[in-house]
Design a protein around this ligand. Structure first.
Ligand SMILES: Cc1ncc(COP(=O)(O)O)c(C=O)c1O
Length: 411
């Protein structure tokens, strides 16, 4: 296999041409040209209402269906009806909880973590409140900054109906053992809902291998347009009521959970994510099925990301006063790296780095419960550097220099 050609990779992302170093990729990633071209192609050539009998409408409908099949393959869903698309992960999780609500009765138990983005906590909390169910919290171990399986086991009972967790925290970056969690959750007859927003930019998603029952992430963090996908097992989706018009029945998946329908041009744009991955895999010399080729692309991304992450982590490990929040080494983590510096507000560091044409970020990243549990609100949250495969060692070195200067100036 050839190594990843970073120069070629970067040429696919017009947004990188200006030399600004984007390291807020967990906030939103850059978009390859092919994605933008597909969005534009749809708007310019297929902007008609779907569902009519005239040819352009039929063809536009086929394009939207092609998008659903492309996403189905990208996430390794078994059936196209399992692919529910929507504006954002936050929106889709609210849709899911609304659909689940009627089946929840007093005495039922739902488990959330305290290290998820609020998108995968708040709707479950509200669901418990509105249906008289009991909320339990699977708390992160404060010493290891990990979700421990034993702690979950202690919370699971035969009353547990759902467990909601993150595949990767957008602060900690470590990859959680979702398949092992799924086995424990299923052993008590409960269902698992996984937020993969911070995971999907770095590993090839495989919803079936995840063991989850519901799985959601956002395309705008995975080189796509501002759009998102919720996957659910077909038999579970069929059990949910319709949230759509009264004449869109319970059996009409996924449309019953897509009231107002999907955004057509963004759906079509999502095909560009797979186009991009396959193009990269061709240059790597990968062969085999499209999934195999996409896996090769992500394997190459992981090598590059580990290289970048280790460079930054090595600096942070050595720098006096710096506390890395989460794993200090690259094993089993994505390159989303958070830290605080003793005696300095995180905002002050980031504002100094802003001047170097480098985009990083500070705050709680809507994982407010985690930031509070770790006592990091006193720093105004963490400094977060979230790298992607298109970042370079040069950029990381520029960041290290800027961070070094900022910390020296502020101490
Ligand atoms: C881990 C995680 N989950 C969920 C979300 C929410 O995603 P969206 O903006 O698509 O609602 C984010 C956004 O930053 C996130 O990082």
């Amino acid at each position: 296999m050839n190594p990843l050609d970073i120069e070629y990779v970067r040429k696919q992302f017009p947004g990188l041409a200006g030399g600004f170093a984007y390291m807020d990729n967990a906030g939103g990633s850059m978009v390859p040209r092919i994605v933008a071209q597909r969005v534009s192609d749809y708007l310019l050539n297929s902007s008609v209402q779907l569902g009519a009998s005239y040819l352009p409408s039929v063809e536009a409908g086929e394009r939207v269906m092609q998008a659903r099949h492309s996403v189905m393959q990208l996430i390794n869903a078994e059936h196209p009806e399992e692919v529910i698309m929507g504006g954002s992960t936050t929106h889709l999780l609210q849709i899911l909880c609304r659909a689940i609500a009627p089946s929840i009765v007093p005495g039922d138990e739902i488990i959330v973590t305290n290290c998820d983005h609020e998108a995968n906590i708040g709707p479950w909390v509200k669901l418990c409140e509105s249906r008289g169910a009991t909320l339990r919290v699977w708390e992160v171990n404060l010493d290891t900054c990990e979700l421990e399986l034993d702690d979950l086991q202690a919370l699971l009972t035969d009353k547990t109906r759902y467990v909601a967790m993150t595949h990767t925290s957008n602060i900690l970056g470590s990859v959680n053992p979702v398949a092992a969690v799924a086995r424990c959750v299923h052993a008590v007859g409960a269902k698992l809902c996984v937020d993969a927003v911070a995971y999907a930019p770095h590993r090839l998603v495989d919803v079936q291998a995840s063991g989850a029952d519901f799985y959601v992430y956002s395309f705008y963090k995975t080189f796509g347009p501002h759009f998102a996908v919720l996957w659910g097992r077909r038999y579970l989706l069929l059990e949910l009521p319709s949230l759509n018009h009264f004449f869109i029945g319970q059996e009409v998946v996924p449309y019953k959970l897509q009231p107002g329908n999907v955004n057509y041009e963004l759906s079509f744009g999502c095909i560009g994510i797979s186009d991009y991955l396959l193009d990269i895999s061709t240059r790597l010399g990968a062969q085999g099925s499209e999934r195999t080729c996409m896996q090769a692309a992500f394997d190459a991304f992981e090598v590059q990301e580990d290289l970048l992450a280790e460079r930054l982590l090595a600096f942070l490990r050595e720098r006096e006063g710096v506390r890395i929040i989460g794993k200090a080494h690259t094993h089993n983590r994505v390159p989303t790296i958070s830290f605080v510096v003793e005696g300095i507000q995180s905002e002050a560091i980031v504002r100094m780095v802003d001047g170097h044409r480098i985009g990083i970020r500070f705050g709680d990243f809507y994982a407010r419960r985690l930031i509070e549990a770790l006592g990091l609100d006193q720093f105004g949250g963490v400094v977060r550097v979230s790298l992607a495969h298109y970042n370079t060692l040069d950029e990381v070195d520029r960041l290290i220099t800027a961070l070094d200067q900022a910390i020296n100036a502020l101490r």
